[in-house]
Structure formats: C-alpha cells, structure tokens
Design a protein around this ligand. Structure first.
Ligand SMILES: NC(=O)c1ccc[n+]([C@@H]2O[C@H](COP(=O)([O-])OP(=O)(O)OC[C@H]3O[C@@H](n4cnc5c(N)ncnc54)[C@H](O)[C@@H]3O)[C@@H](O)[C@H]2O)c1
Length: 1780
C-alpha cells in the first residue's frame, strides 16, 4: 500500500482559479499558481501593511526573462489603485493622502559567487542611498542564491524588514524559499553567516519554470524525489509515472494549457511542486530551528556531500544528492532495512529525471575535469565526512530508509564507518576464510545441533521469466502478484510500454519473502486483452531486446476504429539488432508494419486498425531468435482467428526457451498444442484468454544462482536456493547436478529447490572434460572453482577442460581471455581454446602463498572486472578462499544482474569484505633514471633534433587534458597527432603497466625517452605534429634534455597548467591526499615538477575552467592561442588602414567580476582589450602584502610566483570572455600605474605575458628615475627575446612612454635634451616595436592640437610605425577624440577609468559627429515584403549603443518589377547618389551630412541586385546571391596624392583624422547568410558535451551534414558547411529534380543528393552531425515529424572531437525558417522533444548572427559588435510585433 505521512495544509484561493495556498508556521504564506503577477501585486498592495518602497532584487538571467513583467504589472496595479501619475485627484482617491509606493529594482550577477559579504554590502548601500526605510518590502526574484542573499539583507537591514520570496528555480521553490533560512558564503565555507528570517509571502509561479535550464530543473527534482522517498510512497509513485507529463508541461512554455492534456500536464507539475513544498512546510512548522525532524531532509546529503565537496562546482548540488540518495538507500539495504527492489526503484526514478545515480557514470566524467575526478576516492570522501560535527566516534549520521516513503528513525541514524565505506567505494576487497568452521560460525549454522541448516539465498529473478510473466499477466484477466520480479531496464521498459498501451494497471506491495527479508511484490491487474489503446507517444525501449521482440507482436493486438500508428523504437544499439523474421511473419499474416530506418530493425511503425492480429496460419523462421517464437505464441490467443504457427528454416534455436514460454502460458491457463511429429515444429494456439493466477513466483536467475552454490562448494558450507530445482527450464539450473556434483559436492535437488553441500576445504575435484554448451554463462563459475580443484590428483596435474563455450569469447568482454588473464595474477595457469578453456588447478596453500608473495610486491592483488558482472561475481567466489584478500576494481559492474551481490556476499554468506580505493600506482614519482639505463639511449638521438619544425610538444601533469586538447589543436591546424603513451604501448606491444611490471620503473622511463627521441628526430613524425607527452616525462634526465634541445631550436613546447593547489584549496579540502609511492602528495609531486615544466616550455595555457564555461570553451581557447602563437592570427590586421580603432582598458583586480556578457558590453566597438596586470595587484591576496609605503609588495619569490599564477588565470579568464586580442600591460608607478618601479620584475612579468599567448605586450620606455628618462633597455631586452625566438615571433610589441607630469614630453619641443629623448623614443619604437604609444599631459587645450599636428607629421611617412599619441587629463580629452589609432577607451560600467580623461567609444563617436568628422551613414534593407523585418531595430540598436550617428531603414523595392529607367534611377540615386562617384545622377551628399553606408538585400532582390554592383566577393559568387552591399570608398593621404583603396574605410590612420574623402570607388556585393550560419553552428558546438570536429583540416575530418531544401538558402548553407570543412555534405529535397539541379550547379564542393530520408539504407554510413533545413516558413506547415525519422539524429563516434570511443547522440540542427516571435518550427520542436541532446538553432538566431557579420563588414571587420544589444533589439521587436 502506498504510505504517506502528514503534509502541510493546502487550500484553494477563492476567486482565483488555479491559485493554492500552503500553510507554514501557522500562516498561509506560500502561494502557488501560474502567471500570477497581477495577483501578487494585488495581494501585496492590499493585504500587506502599507509600504512606500518595494525593492525587487534579481539576477541578470531573470532580469532578461522575467523582471519586465513584474515591473509592468506593478505599474498597472499602482495605476489601478492610485490613478495615473500626475493625476492628483486620482492619486489620493481611495487611499487617503498616502504616498504612491515605488518599485526599485536591482540586478546582480547570477551564481553562487554573488552570495557573499561584498554583494550584501553593495545591496545595503544601494538601499540606503535610495532612501529605503523600515517599511520597505524586499523581494527576491530568483533561485536559491538570490533568495538566501536577499533574505539575509532583509533580515538585517534596519534590524529587519519585510521579505517576499519569488523563487524561480525548482530548487528554490521546494527547498530554499521554505523554512526561512538565509545565508551568505565566506572563504571558510558555504552558508556560514546568516539567520532565520521568515518571508511574509512566498509566491511560486509555475510558468517561470519553463525557462529554467534543463539541468537546473533536474537539480531541483533531486530534492523533490528525495522528499518523496522519505515521506510518501504515494508521492513517489506519482513521480515515477509523471516524467513525460512534466517534460511536456515545461516544454509548453508559459502559456495557459489549451487542450485537456496540456491542462493536465500543467496541473501535474503544480501538484508535484506543491506536494514537495507541503512536505517541507510541514517539517519546518514542526521543527523550525532544525532540532530533530528537519534532519530527515538530509537524506542523501551525508554521502552526497562527501562527493560534492570534491566535484563542486562542476556538478550541481542536486546531482550529488541524487547519487547520495542512491548510496544511502544501498546502505539501508546493506543494513537490512530496505529491500533490494526498492533501492532499484529509487535509482530508476532519479535516472528518469536525468540525474546521475553513481559517481562512476559517464555523465560525471563528462562534467568533471579529469584532474578533479581523480580525487573522487573513497579516502577523500571519508575524510570530508569526518569533519561533520554530528559524527560519533567511527560512526556517521545517515538518514536510513526502511522502505520508500518511510525512514528507519525519525532522525538520522548512526552507521559504522566500515559499512559506509562498503557502499561508497568504487572497489571492494574480498577476504578469504580461514576455515569452514569459522565461516559457519559467522553464518550461525551448525549451532544447537542443527547440522543441516543452510544459508538460504534467493538470487534476483530471471530476466526471461520476468518478461514473459509481465506479458502474460498483462493480457490475463484478474490480479496477479508477481514475486521476485527482476528490476532491470528491460523489465522497466516492458512495464512502461504495457501501461502506456492500457494493457494493465500496476502497483507494488511489501511482503515477507522466503529468505525472511521483506520483498516488494509487483501487482498486475490485467485487462484480459481488452481496452488496449494506441499509446500517445513512441514506445522507447532503449536497448531492451526481449521487450522489443515481445512487444512487436503485442502492439498488433491493439484494435482501433480509426487508423492510428504505434511506433516502437530504441537506442542506436537497438536499431542495429535484428527483428526482420518476426516482422516478415506478421506482415504475411496481414499486419501493417513499416521500418522507419534500417530495414530489418527498429524503429517500427505499426498501423493499428480494426484488423488487430488476423491469425490463421503463420509461418516464422526461428533460426535467429527463439524470442520471435515466444512473442507470437504469447500473443496468439488474442488473434482474431486461431493461430497455427509453423516454424520454418534450417533450425530452431534455443528450443528450451520455447518450452519455457509454452509452460508459462499453461500456468496462465492457455495450453498450446504441439502438432505433427517430433521433427516438425507446428503449434496450435487456441483463441482464448489467460486467467491470472493469484500469485506467480519468478524463478531466480539460474546463472546468478551458480555463485552462492559455488560458494558452498568452495568453502565447504551449505547453501539452498529455494526456487530453482529440477523442474526449472533454465539451462543453468543444471549447474549443481552436472558440474558441482562431479566436483565432489553433495547436491540435493527437488523440483523447486537446490541445496549444495561443499566438500571439506580444498576438496574439490577437477573435471577432465565438461561440455558446458547448455549453460554457457555458468562456465565462469566453473572456471573459478577449477582453479582450486586438485583433490585426488596430488602429485599430478589437475586440469579441468571446459568446452562448448565459444560464444563467451564475444560477450561483454572476451570472458575466456579475461578469466585467463585474471587467474594468471594468482599464478593459476590456463590455456585458452577457441571453444573453451583448460584450467590447471593449484592447491589452496599454493594459491595463498602466491597471493601473499604478489601482495608483498604490490600491496594488493587487483582483479580487473572488465565491466562484466559475471567476471566479478565468479572471481569473488574464488576470492572467498584467498586469504590475503583480492581487490575487485569495478564493484558496481554487478549491477547488470545482481546489484546487491556484494551485500548478499557479506550479509547472507558472511564473507568479509571492505570498501577500498584501488591502490594507486606510483607513476608520478618514478625514481630517476639510473645512469646505466640512461646510457642505453644513444646520445646521437639528440643530434637529430637540429632544426625548427612546426610541431608542438605538450607537457604537463597527468590528467590535465593534454590528449584531448592536443588532438583538437591538431585537427584545426591540420596536423598529425601523437599521444606518446599510446605510441610507447604500440611500439612495445604492451600496456604501460605491463612494461612497468616487466622492466620496472627505470625500464619504463628509458623506453619512454627512447620513443621520444625517435619521434622528435624522425622527419615523418616531427613535422606538423602535435605530440602529447606523459606526465612524469621530465623526471627522466634524457627526456628532459631531448625536450630542451627541441625547444632551443625554436620549436613549441606547450605547458598545460592545472594548478593542483588552487583546485584543492578551491574545493576546501584538507591536506590528506592519496598517497604517492614516496609518501608524496599530488601537490608535492606537482610542486617538484612545476619548475621543470616552466623551464622546458615556451608557452603556458591554463586549463582549470570556470564552471559557467564548458569544456567546449576550453577547446576554443586552446585553439585560439595555438593559432596565434603558430600563425599570428587574432592580431588586428591592417591596423594602419582602419578608420578608427580602440582598445578598452580593464581596471579591475579580478576579471571574473565580469560575466562574458558584461565583457561583451564593455568591449563593443573596440578592437582589443587591455589587461592591466599592475592593477591585478589590487586583489586582496596581494594588496595585503603591502607595507604602508607599498615597499614589500611581491617581496619574496613565492609571492612573485603566486602573482604569476594569478596573472595566468586572469589571462585565461579574459580569453574565455572575449575573442578580442589582449593587450598585456604592466604599468609602473613612475608612468602612472600601480607596479613597483622594478625593471627586473616587470621584464619577468612581460615575458610571462608572451608565454601566456597574449597578442600585444605593452613595454614601457624610459627609466624609473629622472636621471635615465630615455632608458629604453627594457624595450630592447623584451623585444630581442621575443624576436630571436621563433616561437614568440607573432607577439606584437607596443612600446609606450607616459609622462604623467607633462614636463618631459612636449609636442612642440624643438631643441634641448627633451627633444633628444623624444627622438630616442621614436627611434626605438621604429626599431624594436610594432606600435608606439606616446602619452603626455595636457596643461591647456591647445596641447591637443599640438599632439595632432605632431602625430600627423610622423604619420606621413610610411616608414614610421603606427603611433598612438594622446594627452592625459580632462583638458586632454580632446586628443583622444582626435587620435584615430588604438585610442585607449573606458566604458560606463568600468568604475575607475585607467587614466584621467579616458572616454568611452560612444562619447568619442558623438563628439566626432558633432564636429562634422563622422558623417551619418544611411543603411537600407532592399526587399519586399519587409515590413516585419527586425533588421532596422537590430542595426539601429547597435548604432545607438556605440554612439554612431547612422540610421538603417526599410526600402521596399522589387527590382525585378522595375523597368529599365527606374532601375537606372535606383542604381544612380539610391546606391550611388549620396556618395557621388560613378553612378549617373550622382550627387555628392557629403555636405548634407550623410552618406550611403551600405545595405542588406533580401527576397526578391538577392539575384536581381547583382547587375547593379561592380564586384562580388567569392562567397557571393559561390552562393549566387547577394544579401549585403558594401560601398568601397577611395581614400587619399592628405599630404601626398596617393590614392589608396581600403575595405569600406574612408581614411587611414595615416591620414589626417578629420579628412574625409567621399569618392566612391566601387559597390561590392557580399553574402553574410553563410557567416551567420557558421557563427551559430560554432556557438552551438561549444555547448555540445562532445563537440564536433569543426574546422578540421584534411583527412581527419569525417563529419557529415545534411541540407534540406533546394532554394537559394540551401546554397548558402552548403557554402557554410564547406567553409567549416565538413567533409560529407548531403542534400535532400522533396522534389528530387531540384536537389539534383542544385547539386550539379555547385562547383566549390561535392554534394551528394539523397532521394529519400526515410530509408536508412540510402543514407550515408556516417550519421549526420549537422542538419540544416532551408524550407521556407510558409511551407513549414506541410512538414511533420515523420519527415524526420529518428535515424537522422544519431551520430557516430568518429565524428566527434577528442573522443575516439564514445558514441554520442548529439548534433546541431538549424532551421532557417523564422516567423516573427520565437516559436520553434515543426522541425525544431520535433528535435527538441525526441532528440533533446541536439542543440537547436533558430532562423532568428541566424538572422541576428548574419546581421552581426554585416555590422562588421560596414563598420570594420575587426571591432567587436554590440551583440547583446542587437540580439535584445530583435527579440524586443518581435514580441512587439506579436502583440499587434
Ligand atoms: N535557504 C535554504 O534553506 C537553502 C536550501 C537549499 C539551497 N540553498 C541555497 O540555494 C542556492 C542554490 O539555489 P539554485 O539552485 O536555485 O541556484 P541559483 O540561484 O544559482 O539558480 C541557478 C541558475 O538558474 C538561473 N535561474 C533561476 N531561475 C530561473 C528561471 N526561471 N529561468 C531561467 N533561469 C533561471 C539562475 O539565474 C542561475 O543561473 C545555494 O546557494 C544553496 O546554498 C538554500
């Protein structure tokens, strides 16, 4: 029965449909509903005591998504209550003379990092400044972070003001907003400072959950499931069956549900949230201050926290809690409280909601970087738990479950550490028994004269029988209790499918089982084959083969009046598995079944009609699977006519399973009649109906039963399996009689049970030859026993030969070889045969001696499990007699058939086990290479390394990502990739552990050095190659020399830096680390190696990424850096020819203060971003080192190193926030900066900037005292270092001199030493730098003009380097406006500008325009119809943000319809008119103050415009269409008569900034559609967990893409894919002819035309990574999901970057069609629901991205466009036009 405890009271709010109130602490203060903004304000303004001020605080995510609505509805509510503003009469009407309440809003940075003291102080200061008083109502709109922080502000502001929670994340709703806990974090830990402060109201709006990212939703679900698990079985059952409804409710957006089912889904979401809230509210009410009951909420948290402490911030709290709950449930089972089935159910429920259930899952390794994951060890987790103050001695406090919905105690229970270790560990050590007696004593048998008592074990149910029982009971009439049902993925999908078809009702009951534990019994109420319905969704069967086969016949039983279809589908593996013979048989019987993808496999589309399963004579080929036969047999009674089934073909396989089916059908009341003689296979199945027996006991799995029976055999004890006997139809049921008895056991088998008594310890006999063909899975158990079967053979060889098991070579692993390998570790010899294995048994004494000897050398013998449950379980039987103990490395692999095996082994069989970590090998601290070994490597190897190649060697600690990033770099550069570890293993044909085992550490290091020498000196491998090296490589002297030699000739050596100390500190961990061999911690190893890494490398890249940036971003950053250092990309091209260029100076002490978006705002309009390294010293960790005079700053070497590391991290943080080049500046105090005047230190830091891959390095000229003003030695030194090293040659040197006094640098100086100094600076700039920068101080305004004149003079000579000339001070501002080249600028959101007088880009543009130096440009959109186009909004937003005086407007025109005269006018007046120039009718409009800036071109003009243009870009030519027009202007140098053409830039930096020549040279047509697609695809790619190998050059690329549609946009799409280096491009169009026409017209790449998408046979072998649809919006209505079969969406492993062995179902789908608003197209909607791991790109996103590209073309390609402003404008425009 579903059990539940009390929940808080819930009431409906009268008069407000859908609004409910939950009571907490005696008040109905929690209010739930949908879209209840107006309700909220109404409630607050009318029911809460009056307040003058409402303060709404939120984070920027919520601001973007939800805040506006709150502000709007506030205003409406205020207007309704107080009248319009200014309306005197109204404002007082009805409310006396009270002041109109105001709403203040404040937005802070999202994420945990905001929950700190300083943000709290900022909020408070702001509220004080705004005049908030005690009557203020503070409102928190956001997740738990906002709630906790803002709640704490409310609690302390003016000693506490009223507080309102508006939780927006699921976690915040069900957890943090209820209960009144508020807090902030400090460096010492999370939530350490805070208070209890109950909110007046908590409003939970379900509609906001629809925007919550999926991962955050799952995060909250963990708490919801957790609560149900401790509180209410009923709620748990709701969760178990509601996944799909909830998914739909969330996908449906914030609109009210229209259809019944939509409404139901939304109600269900509300129910799930409200129940969880009610539970928490109840607990809080009973125990507000957490003294007892509230502790129950910590279920899953004790063990979850142990993990979380290590993997924060890579995994979310809820994800860790999910894993913690499953572990704690296992613990409850281990302690005998909860049954194994319930643990399974709980785990499945978490899994359904996309939560991880084990820290060994692939998901966890995907999220957590390898170097952190490595630290997830048992010891580390146990240590974390140690510090919990609730521990008592060697016990931990854990909430234990007695069953789902109930706990063992009303509080957390105390659990012994050893038991916790057992469930927590990855590995398990099994200890052998000393004697049979000792074991029996523990088992409690043989006591009290009960010699016969045996250990009774019921292994999990058989999968075959469970699945059959489900089908039969579902089709049967009446209730059937099924005992011992196997809980597996197979049975789960089967149950789900049966319920979805309305076949039966399902529930669970608890009963006591034969082995005296409670058992969860499945109760099926069968529908008797009636009322079957077509399910409302595809039946997804994962990889459950049995379910797929049984259901293929079953779905045909559905009879419907109207024709409908049922789809059976599965995962990619399932889609390879055969089903053809069964489908053929059903089809020939009249069933209508279609293959949706590959012929002969799932997915299947079955047409349901009135026909049902026709019946009659059916022929079936049964040579592939007996499950086909069983499928037909079981459904046959429900056919329309009686079935006579004949099995045809060569042979019938696995007859025993067919017999099993027939026997089970008979148990359910239907008897199959066998026809004909023994040799025919014909059966008659009467038309009938099953009658359910009241109870059905699923026999245990006979293969599993072999393990406990073998335990009895090997330990000399007795074991009974009460539900498998001679009557069993399972082949392995014969194991006891056919194998154990001949080996010397007493076996008693009844029809239903088996008991085995083993011989005395060591008394097992070998079997000369045994054919195990009838029970192949049991061979592993037999082999384990044979290893010690020597009785009777003393003095001779004891060989057991096992045959008939060839299939075991190809199971989960090659089981025969696996056992042979593992037994060899114990000194047991075997011979592997194609059909079996020979095992040479050894005595127990010999076995123990060998194991002990091995242990002496290695600490423990580790058995590798090959992720194969049977390998683990069979060898654990052997381990029961190996006394020193055997470690099994993958404890959880038994989950496939017997998840609780280890628990059974210890709690039932009483074999001792212990959870443990795998003993770590000492690879990281290998001893130095001995002299003798070193000489083995020929010194001549080194000589071969003689010249520079372009290869890159990667070094760094193990696990930092050398191979992954290395491979990615190789792909992009078109290089080869060598992983030295793999290379070494291939050369030696051994694994590294084997090499170490055979040759010792010295030998391994020598071998490694030799391989390195070979690779580095071999002309084939040392060119154009990325080489990733082993972590300990440099500890070897010779390897170190090789790397140094390699670097010294100018090659790249990249150090991937993952700062171990920082990681561990960040995680708040203590100093206990997994032991390295010489007792060193990883920190010590790293500390020891760090100097070597630094010394050997040319560049350093920081790998530790911030949690909000994914691995894809890390890959992008690595590629960007490597492309810069190797090829000089990412520096500003043609700097001198740019009209204007800016760099923005960041003055913060920590770049991470800004989000990527904020940096986007700050850098918009700029060409580079300056990192002021000297200002980083203001970070508290360094500024604290300062004495009052600032002297001791960076006083010690350690401080300098710490600072260097910080700078490295800052460079990385900045790089991932912007793609602009970085100007790296260390400004000294003497030049107006913050860095001590210490040339040596500055030089050292500058070189670091070069090593860190910064594009521009600012190097100061001028000495640090007045005596050496013209000392340029720093510049000479830095410049020489960078230029002499081939690997640094791309670094740009910006030589600068700043005179903050204005006395040394005067622009008009003509004589004296000052002139000499100036000349000296200029000379040094020209000789040693790439750019110069001279900054003086303006005393009067004329100094600005003097600066311009000075600069212009210099600029007239092209021999001079580009020069920045400006003045500091307010008076000097004007010089910044006049300086055209790399003007340093600031931004309004930068608190302190870097220098006095710095202006923003917008300010400069405004002034230039006012001065007449920046004419307004006109931009147009040519097309028809275009009234709905968001382009004007988008471009004008960009212009406005940057202060540009330009305007973009619509120009409706259909060129095709214009006659020749009109066309000519258009070309002349519109295109060229305002630029003067060549067009007829041209009129120079410069003097009118505006010019033609460019245009976008859309349908129908994309082709008809071409004849009016002078030139097309390659892209426009290839695509055959123009969407962008760029006028190219002639520029003229003022002092010469040279004409110089540049790309849309009116004058060069060399030209006088105020001089503008308006001579149009030509009109160029380009196409940015493809650029928009490329940019969106790249963005989406960086979000994939396994990114596609985009841009991969050459043969590495195996990426495939599909373009749907054959119009002009398809051409652009193909061009985009071609530019992304996609190797295989496919094209599909409904009208094949058009696709063929398009393909044949494309000459830049090869395109393969597909005639159909529905037949998987016709599709390429490589599935698609990218799919682009170009079907226009109007035709979209004809598209439905069947046009996109799911085989289009599964991607093979080889196309993903960096992973060679992981298959991935991710990809990118782009639909170019867009409609106003953001609704998804049918294709995108389809993909979103059926392939949620695919990333979607909407047409609107591409529209924005291509607009951004246009912006670059018109405004200079090198400056950063204001992307956020453009995006927001488009979205705003769209919602506007939607409302109209
Ligand atoms: N006070 C308590 O009793 C209590 C209990 C549990 C957790 N907590 C605290 O809660 C915090 C975690 O809360 P959280 O998980 O909500 O984190 P969060 O507040 O950081 O929110 C997670 C992310 O989701 C975004 N987001 C929230 N709602 C959204 C929506 N509707 N649409 C789109 N994006 C949305 C947020 O901007 C943020 O980026 C932690 O600081 C934790 O200590 C407190």
């Amino acid at each position: 029965m579903a059990k539940s405890k009390q929940l808080a009271r819930m009431t409906k709010e009268e008069g407000h449909e859908g609004v409910v109130k939950v009571s907490v602490l005696g008040k109905d203060s929690i209010i739930l509903g949908r879209n209840m903004h107006s309700y909220i304000w109404d409630d607050l303004l009318n029911n809460l005591a009056y307040s003058t001020t409402f303060v709404l605080i939120t984070d920027s995510n919520l601001q973007r998504l939800h805040m506006k609505k709150y502000v709007e509805t506030f205003n409406q509510a205020i207007e309704a209550k107080y009248g319009k503003t200014g309306d005197q009469g109204a404002s007082t009407a009805g409310s006396g003379s009270v002041e109109r309440p105001r709403l203040l809003t404040l937005v802070i940075k999202p994420g945990e990092s905001s929950k700190n003291r300083s943000t709290k102080a900022e909020l408070e200061d702001w509220m004080l400044k705004e005049g908030c008083t005690r009557d203020t109502v503070v409102m928190a709109l956001g997740g738990g972070v906002i709630g906790d922080l803002v709640g704490f502000v409310a609690a302390t502001f003016m000693r506490g003001v009223r507080f309102i929670q508006l939780p927006t994340s699921l976690l915040a709703m069900v957890d943090s907003s209820v209960g009144g806990k508020t807090a902030i974090d400090t460096d010492h830990g999370k939530n350490l400072i805070g208070s209890f402060w109950q909110p007046e109201r908590v409003y939970m709006d379900m509609a906001v959950l629809t925007t919550l990212p999926e991962r955050e939703f799952a995060n909250g679900m963990a708490e919801v499931i957790k609560s149900a698990a401790i509180w209410s079985m009923e709620e748990f059952e709701v969760l178990e069956r509601s996944r799909e409804n909830i998914r739909r409710a969330l996908k449906g957006g914030d609109k009210e549900g229209k259809s019944e089912s939509e409404k139901e889904d939304q109600e269900l979401l509300l129910r799930v949230v409200s129940s969880s809230v009610r539970m928490k509210a109840h607990v809080v009410t009973v125990d507000e201050r957490e003294s007892g009951l509230r502790g129950l909420l910590n279920f899953g948290h004790t063990l979850g926290h142990a993990l979380e402490a290590i993997v924060t911030p890579y995994m979310l709290h809820g994800e860790c809690v999910s894993i913690g709950c499953v572990l704690e449930a296992e613990l409850s089972h281990r302690l005998g409280y909860m049954n194994a089935n319930s643990v399974g159910r709980l785990a499945k429920c978490f899994k359904q909601y996309e939560l991880p259930i084990s820290y060994e899952e692939a998901y966890v390794s995907k999220m957590v970087p390898p170097q952190v994951l490595k630290r997830v060890t048992l010891e580390n987790m146990m240590n974390t738990m140690k510090v919990d103050k609730k521990n008592v001695g060697n016990k931990k406090r854990v909430v234990l479950l007695s069953e789902i919905g109930d706990t063992v105690e009303e509080q957390a229970s105390r659990v012994e550490d050893d038991v916790v270790r057992e469930v927590l560990a990855k590995s398990v050590e099994v200890f052998g028994i000393e004697s049979t007696e000792q074991l029996q004593k523990r088992q409690g048998v043989g006591k009290g004269g009960d010699e016969d008592s045996a250990v009774v074990i019921i292994p999990p149910g058989s999968k075959s029988i469970s699945n059959r029982a489900l089908i039969l009971a579902a089709l049967g009439k009446g209730k059937c209790k099924i005992h011992n049902m196997l809980h597996s993925d197979d049975t789960q999908v089967m149950l789900d499918a049966l319920v979805a078809m309305g076949a039966c009702k399902v529930s669970w009951e608890q009963e006591e089982a034969e082995d005296q534990q409670t058992e969860e019994v499945l109760v099926i109420e069968g529908g008797g084959g009636e009322g079957l319905v077509v399910p409302d969704r595809e039946l997804y069967l994962g990889n459950a083969g049995t379910a797929a086969r049984f259901l293929t016949t079953f779905v045909n039983l559905i009879v419907t009046e109207q024709e409908k279809t049922t789809v059976l589908t599965g995962n990619s593996r399932m889609k390879e598995r055969p089903i053809g013979a069964l489908v053929d048989a059903l089809r020939s019987n009249g069933c209508e079944i279609e293959y949706q993808e590959k012929k002969g496999s799932l997915p299947l589309k079955v047409r349901n009609s009135t026909k049902g399963l026709p019946g009659g004579k059916v022929e079936l080929s049964a040579s592939i699977s007996s499950q086909y036969v069983s499928s037909l047999l079981m459904c046959a009674p429900y056919a329309q006519q009686e079935i006579e089934l004949e099995l045809v073909g060569d042979q019938v396989i696995s007859q025993s399973y067919i017999d099993m089916t027939i026997a089970m059908m008979s148990a359910f009341g239907v008897n199959v009649e066998k026809l004909g003689d023994k040799n025919t296979h014909r059966y008659r199945i009467p038309k009938s109906s099953y009658t359910n027996p009241a109870e059905y006991r699923v026999e245990s799995d006979a293969s599993s039963a072999t393990y406990p029976l073998a335990l009895a055999a090997i330990t000399g004890t007795k074991c009974t399996i009460p539900n498998i006997g001679s009557g069993s139809l399972q082949g392995d049921a014969k194991f006891a009689v056919d194998v154990l008895r001949p080996m010397g056991c007493d076996v008693v088998q009844t029809k239903n049970s088996t008991t085995v008594q083993g011989p005395a310890l060591g008394g097992l006999k070998p079997l000369p030859m045994i054919d195990m063909e009838p029970m192949t899975d049991a061979f592993l158990t037999a082999t384990a026993l044979a290893a010690v079967a020597t009785a009777g053979k003393e003095g001779t060889e004891s060989i057991t030969k096992i045959r008939g098991i060839a299939n075991q070579h190809v199971k989960e692993c090659d089981r025969i070889v696996a056992l042979s390998t593992e037994l060899a570790k114990l000194g047991i010899k075997t011979e592997v045969d194609p059909d079996g294995i020979d095992v040479k048994g050894i005595s127990l004494d010999e076995l123990n001696d060998k194991a002990r000897e091995k242990q002496r050398n290695e600490t423990s013998v580790v058995i590798h499990c090959y992720d194969d449950h049977r390998v683990a379980m069979s060898l654990s039987v052997l381990a029961s007699v190996v006394r020193p103990g055997l470690v099994f490395d993958e404890r959880r692999c038994v989950g496939k058939t017997w998840p609780q095996w280890w628990t059974a082994l210890t709690t039932k069989y009483k074999i001792c086990i212990r959870g443990c970590d795998i003993p770590t090998s000492s690879s990281s601290s290998a001893p130095e290479l001995t002299a003798a070994a070193a000489t083995e490597v020929k010194t001549s190897d080194k000589k071969e390394i003689e010249k520079k190649t372009d290869s890159i060697l990667i070094i760094g600690m193990r696990g930092v990502g050398k191979s992954t990033l290395g491979l990615e770099m190789a792909n992009v550069l078109g290089y080869n990739f060598i992983d030295m570890d793999t290379y070494l293993e291939e050369q030696h044909k051994k694994t590294i552990p084997e090499i170490i085992a055979d040759d010792g550490w010295d030998g391994f290091r020598t071998a490694e050095a030799k391989c390195l020498a070979t690779v580095l000196s071999n002309k084939d491998t040392n060119k154009n190659t990325v080489i990733s090296c082993g972590g300990g490589l440099l500890e070897n002297k010779l390897s170190s020399e090789l790397v140094m030699a390699w670097k010294n000739v100018g090659n790249f050596v990249l150090h991937l830096y993952a700062d171990i100390n920082q990681v561990s500190e960040y995680l708040g961990r203590d100093k206990t680390r997994p032991a390295y061999k010489l007792g060193e911690s990883p920190q010590e190893v790293f500390a020891r190696r760090l100097a070597d890494y630094k010394r050997h490398s040319t560049h350093t890249l920081y790998v530790h990424s911030e949690p909000e940036f994914g691995w894809g971003q890390m890959v992008d950053d690595a590629v960007r850096m490597i492309q810069f250092v190797t090829a000089g990309t990412n520096v500003i091209q043609n700097l001198s020819s740019l009209q204007r260029s800016f760099f923005v100076s960041l003055t913060c002490a920590d770049v991470c203060e800004y989000t990527k978006e904020q940096i986007g705002d700050i850098t918009a309009g700029c060409n580079a971003v300056e990192l002021r390294v000297d200002l980083l010293l203001n970070d508290s960790r360094f500024s604290a080192n300062k004495d009052s005079a600032g002297k001791d700053l960076l006083g010690s070497e350690q401080q300098v190193e710490d600072f260097e590391l910080y700078v490295l991290q800052q460079v990385a943080a900045l790089r991932r926030r912007t793609s602009l080049p970085i100007v790296y500046t260390v400004r000294s105090k003497s030049q107006g900066g913050n860095f001590p005047n210490n040339q040596q230190l500055i030089e050292r830091l500058l070189i670091r900037g070069v090593e860190f891959g910064c594009e521009y390095i600012d190097v100061e000229m001028g000495g640090y005292d007045s005596e050496t003003p013209a000392d340029c030695s720093l510049l000479i030194s830095v410049s020489t270092t960078t230029r002499k090293s081939a690997y640094y040659k791309h670094s740009q040197i910006l030589a600068s001199y700043h005179d903050p006094t204005g006395l040394n640098l005067r622009w008009t100086i003509t004589t004296g030493s000052a002139l000499d100094h100036l000349k000296s600076y200029l000379w040094h700039i020209n000789k040693y730098a790439d750019i110069g920068k001279l900054v003086s101080f303006a005393w009067d305004w004329d100094d600005n003009l003097r600066a311009v004149i000075f600069a212009n003079k210099l600029r007239t000579s092209a021999a001079n380097k580009p020069l920045i000339v400006i003045n500091m001070s307010y008076v000097g501002q004007f010089s910044r406006i006049l300086c055209p080249l790399l003007t340093p600028v600031t931004h309004p959101s930068i608190k302190t500008p870097a220098a006095p007088g710095q202006l923003s880009v917008a300010q400069i543009h405004h002034t230039l325009h006012t001065m007449g130096a920046l004419p307004s440009k006109r931009f147009y959109l040519f097309g028809d119809p275009i009234s709905k186009s968001p382009s004007p909004a988008m471009h004008n937003a960009a212009f406005e943000y940057l202060g540009l005086p330009h305007n973009y407007s619509l120009y409706p025109v259909n060129l095709g319809e214009l006659d020749a005269q009109k066309l000519k006018e258009f070309a002349g007046k519109v295109l060229r008119g305002c630029n003067g120039g060549t067009g007829s009718g041209g009129e120079n409009k410069v003097n009118c103050g505006y010019v033609f800036g460019g245009a976008s071109v859309t349908i129908p003009n994309k082709q008809s415009i071409i004849p009016l243009l002078d030139e097309l870009t390659d892209a426009a030519k290839a695509i055959g269409a123009v969407n962008t027009i760029i006028p190219i202007i002639r520029t003229r140098l003022p002092s010469t008569s040279d004409s110089k053409c540049s790309y849309n830039v009116p004058h060069s930096a060399h030209a006088a900034p105020l001089y503008i020549d308006r001579n149009l040279l030509k009109m160029v047509g380009d196409n940015t559609d493809y650029l928009g697609m490329i940019s969106c695809i790249k963005n989406a790619n960086s979000l994939l967990s396994t990114p596609l190998s985009l841009n991969t050059v050459g043969t590495n690329n195996s990426l495939s893409a599909l373009v749907i549609g054959a119009g002009g946009t398809s051409r652009a799409a193909i061009y985009a894919l071609h530019k992304l280096n996609v190797a295989n491009i496919y094209l599909y169009n409904r009208t094949l002819e058009n696709a063929e026409k398009l393909a044949s017209s494309i000459d830049f790449t090869h395109v393969t035309v597909l005639s159909s998408l529905s037949d998987p046979q016709l599709l390429p072998a490589h599935p698609f990574g990218i799919i682009i649809s170009t079907i226009p919006a109007p035709s979209q209505s004809t598209v439905d999901s069947s046009d996109y079969p799911s085989h289009l969406f599964s991607r093979s492993a080889s196309q993903t970057a960096g992973s060679n062995n992981q298959s991935s179902n991710e990809g990118i789908v782009l639909d170019m069609a867009y409609t106003a608003g953001s609704t998804l197209t049918p294709l995108l909607t389809h993909v979103q629901t059926s392939h949620p791991s695919w990333k979607l790109i909407t047409g609107l996103q591409v529209l924005i991205a291509q607009g951004v590209e246009q912006f670059k073309l018109w405004n200079g390609p090198e400056c950063a466009p204001p992307v956020r402003q453009m995006t927001e404008a488009v979205y705003a425009f769209n919602s506007l036009s939607l409302q109209k």
